[in-house]
Design a binder for this molecule. Structure first.
Ligand code: G3H
Ligand code: 13P
Ligand code: ZN
Length: 332
């Protein structure tokens, strides 16, 4: 058993309370390798933003959980080296799909876990979430749960159709599970194709797709039911057109990729939404930079020469999110 406290990590409890009070949101950035972690920590340290390092089941399989634990511990020390005296860093399991996986992460030094039982029937979601909460809380590890289903076409955590969270269920769910935060469905989804062209309109000037707005009425109704309760938004990448264009310019193929407009995320961040998940945008930035190097320097084969620029572009993106979208800079 390794306690996250020994690794210098923190859980989400105080962080979320402050974010709700202060009208900003904490960035939850996914990582799978060293360069991605470096980019996140540099961005957070330089902006003094609390940050959530997210590890999915796939990332854990890819990187190895022992290595991940030491990477997270190293991230805390690296942040201090960068001049961040008291780093506010959470190590979080993203989309845990079983009690065993969540338990293993609690036992291995994670400070927060998500149990995503949103695809199960309501009572089963409650039972599994409560089981994880009861275990995690013994070690002061915080738990994110999910109610409602996100649509998406790209990854294993998505469903073909979305079902908005039902505001009338949230009090019962939060009370009976004891979860610390709740991921909700209000129209976001995972990946770089959040809406089909049919769901969008087209900007007549640019020809770009304009997505439909998020269901802020559902968010408002949830906040009315659960005043001050931490709400989480998954699938919150904006799919910046500049990265999509760069990828396409240098040999990629991402037609009609579309995300959540930044102004909608800014609005959400000011509410009880206190954790905003971003993965796809970071992937796009990284890939765009790698493609550019490969296209411009076909003779390059030193990984540092393409992973380095990719890391730097991702750091720039992560800083932009912190400062211009979530407003978490200077809060740690
Ligand atoms: O929500 C899913 C995250 O983007 C992680 O994706 O399962 O491919 O690591 P992944
Ligand atoms: P995006 O695919 O929109 O970046 O969402 C990531 C996410 O929700 C991770 O859990
Ligand atoms: Zn997610």
């Amino acid at each position: 058993m390794v306690s996250y406290k020994e690794l210098g990590l923190v859980n989400t409890r105080e962080m979320f309370a402050k974010a709700i009070k202060g009208g900003y949101a904490i960035p939850a950035f996914n990582f799978n390798n060293m360069e991605q972690l470096q980019a996140i920590i540099k961005a957070a340290a330089e902006t003094k933003s609390p940050v959530i390092l997210q590890v999915s089941k796939g990332a854990r399989n890819y990187a190895n959980q022992t290595l991940l634990r030491y990477m997270a511990q190293g991230a805390v020390e690296y942040a201090k080296e960068l001049g961040w005296e008291k780093p506010q860093i959470v190590l979080h399991l993203d989309h845990g799909d079983s009690f065993e996986l969540c338990k293993s992460c609690v036992d291995f030094g994670f400070s927060s876990v998500m149990i995503d039982a949103s695809s199960l029937p309501y009572e089963e979601n409650i039972a599994l979430t409560k089981k994880v909460v009861d275990y995690a809380h013994q070690y002061d590890v915080t738990v994110e749960a999910e109610l409602g289903v996100l649509a998406g076409v790209e990854d294993e955590v998505s469903s073909a159709v979305s079902h908005y969270t039902k505001p009338e269920e949230v009090v019962d769910f939060a009370t009976r599970t004891g979860c610390d935060s709740l991921a909700i469905s209000i129209g976001t989804s995972h990946g770089a194709y959040k809406f089909t062209p049919e769901q969008c309109t087209r900007d007549p000037k640019t020809g770009r797709l304009v997505p439909p707005p998020l269901a802020f009425d559902v968010l408002d109704a949830i906040m009315e039911q659960l005043p001050g309760f931490p709400i989480v938004l998954h699938g919150s990448s904006s799919v910046p057109q500049e990265y999509v264009d760069m990828i396409n310019q240098y040999g990629g193929k991402l037609p009609d990729a579309v995300g959540i407009p930044e102004e909608q995320l800014r609005k959400a961040a000011k509410s009880a939404v206190c954790k905003i998940n971003i993965d796809s945008d970071s992937r796009l930035a990284f890939t765009a930079a790698v493609r550019k190097v490969f296209a411009e320097k076909p003779g390059e084969f030193d990984p540092r020469k393409y992973c380095g620029p990719a890391r730097d572009l991702r750091e720039e993106l992560n800083k932009h999110k912190i400062i211009n979208v979530l407003g978490s800079d200077g809060k740690a």
